[in-house]
Design a protein around this ligand. Structure first.
Ligand code: ADP
Ligand code: MG
Length: 399
């Protein structure tokens, strides 16, 4: 089985594709083109909605938007990934529950900006993307962020020029996804798409939204980050996500804290918290969240110390915790992780929400192909759908 590689488009290719699509569908040129990256999280999973820490990088794989401002309040939208043709929606009609399908991610951003008092009107927009859908690499936030920076420019909102403004855009993209697209999401994805820096991992503190850019240059250490999209499809994923969130909220209420982050910062420690919980499931969920937040701190400390080769253990521990304590892994994710490790990976873990999506493996730069081949073979042997592969480097945010 030959591994299938998902190559990132160059900015020239992405821009040309989306501008051509716009001109073909709207019979005029766009005001401009913008783009935003997918992301992969190095460590810190299911911590964002617990006020914790996470550490994503922006991918070289981006979603491109060509956009033109209109004088009325109509939005016309097309996507190369959605063959259902052009859709037209009046901004005045956008409300929770009123827009179905992918259009909700786009008009939701305009809606959220208007809700926050920004003067945003109608527009025509064409979308094209090399971020795979539903792979846990956040094509949804890439779409929202590409539209957010485009609207920021054509309606002269002045938000994309500063990190503070970008944090505002990220929060509004979260509202768009939660309230208009109707998808639960924590906030890590939008922060990565809008606030990451090339060559750096984004240490995001989800308690106060503050960030630190941590130098992340694997090539300098002869290492590479292999991302494997399992292409596994599991039902009830959103329900499982909601159940995990609910469990964390119930545990926090039982412990008398606002978020589980307070447990990691509490000198009495995890043991105290676990002793106070009588629900065995909550015990395991809390143990994952608190330990995972600690692992982010350790991971960053190793990066700061130039000891990238040592983060593998933390990745392995994170996977075990997500699999056993948080119970969000699946057969395909476990197979990637186990196979990559046997094939020589320094460390490997599932990434993203789980139940399918992607896993990451930290490997020697000259062993990328060998590890990918081993994973592809293992999937074929198990009779599973062929996975897809990409190599992640820390790329730039939306622009
Ligand atoms: P992920 O963010 O992990 O890729 P999600 O389920 O959160 O998966 O988001 C995928 C959804 O986002 C798609 O089903 C579609 O509705 C929307 N989407 C993402 N990228 C595009 C695109 N290029 N064109 C149209 N819709 C898109
Ligand atoms: Mg998403």
């Amino acid at each position: 089985m030959t591994p299938e590689w998902l190559e990132a488009w160059t900015p020239e290719v992405g821009t040309a594709r989306v501008a051509t699509l716009f001109a073909a569908r709207f019979d005029q040129d766009p005001d401009g083109t913008w783009s935003a990256p997918g992301r992969v999280n190095l460590i810190g999973e299911h911590t964002d909605y617990n006020g914790g820490l996470c550490l994503p990088i922006a991918l070289p794989h981006r979603t491109y938007a060509a956009l033109r401002r209109r004088d009325d309040d109509a939005v016309r939208l097309v996507s190369a990934q959605e063959p259902d043709g052009m859709r037209t929606i009046a901004l005045a009609d956008v409300a929770p529950g009123a827009v179905d399908g992918w259009a909700g991610y786009v008009v939701g951003v305009a809606w959220a900006l208007r809700q926050a008092g920004y003067a945003v009107g109608g527009f025509d927009v064409a979308i094209d993307s090399c971020v795979p859908y539903g792979a846990g690499l956040s094509s949804s936030a890439a779409l929202e962020a590409s539209v957010a920076v485009a609207l920021d420019a054509v309606f002269a909102l002045g938000l994309a020029g500063s990190d503070e403004g970008r944090a505002t855009l990220a929060a509004l993209c979260v509202r768009a996804e939660n309230e208009i697209a109707g998808a639960p999401t924590g906030g890590m994805d939008q922060a990565a798409a809008l606030r990451a820096q090339q060559g750096h991992a984004l240490l995001l503190d989800c308690l106060d939204g503050s960030v630190r850019h941590v130098p992340f240059d694997l090539a300098a250490h002869d290492l590479a980050l292999l991302v494997v999209d399992t292409r596994a499809e599991h039902a009830l994923v959103d329900g499982q996500y909601a159940a995990r969130r609910a469990s964390c909220e119930a545990a926090a209420a039982r412990l008398g804290v606002g978020t589980l982050r307070e447990i990691s910062d509490d000198p009495r420690g995890l043991e105290w918290a676990l002793d106070k919980l009588d629900d065995e499931v909550q015990v395991r969920r809390v143990r994952h969240v608190v330990n995972e937040i600690d692992r982010v701190t350790w991971f960053v400390a190793l990066l700061d110390a130039g000891e990238v080769g040592l983060v593998g253990t933390l990745m392995n521990q994170s996977h075990a915790s997500l699999r056993d304590d948080y119970e969000v892994s699946c057969r395909e994710l476990d197979l990637v992780v186990d196979t990559a490790r046997v094939a020589g990976a320094v460390g490997a873990r599932m990434t993203g929400g789980g139940f399918g999506g992607s896993a990451i493996a930290l490997v020697s730069a000259d062993e990328v192909d060998r590890v990918a081949q081993a994973v592809a073979d293992a999937f074929a042997d198990a009779g599973l759908r062929a996975p897809a592969f990409l190599v992640a480097t820390a790329a730039a945010a939306a622009g």
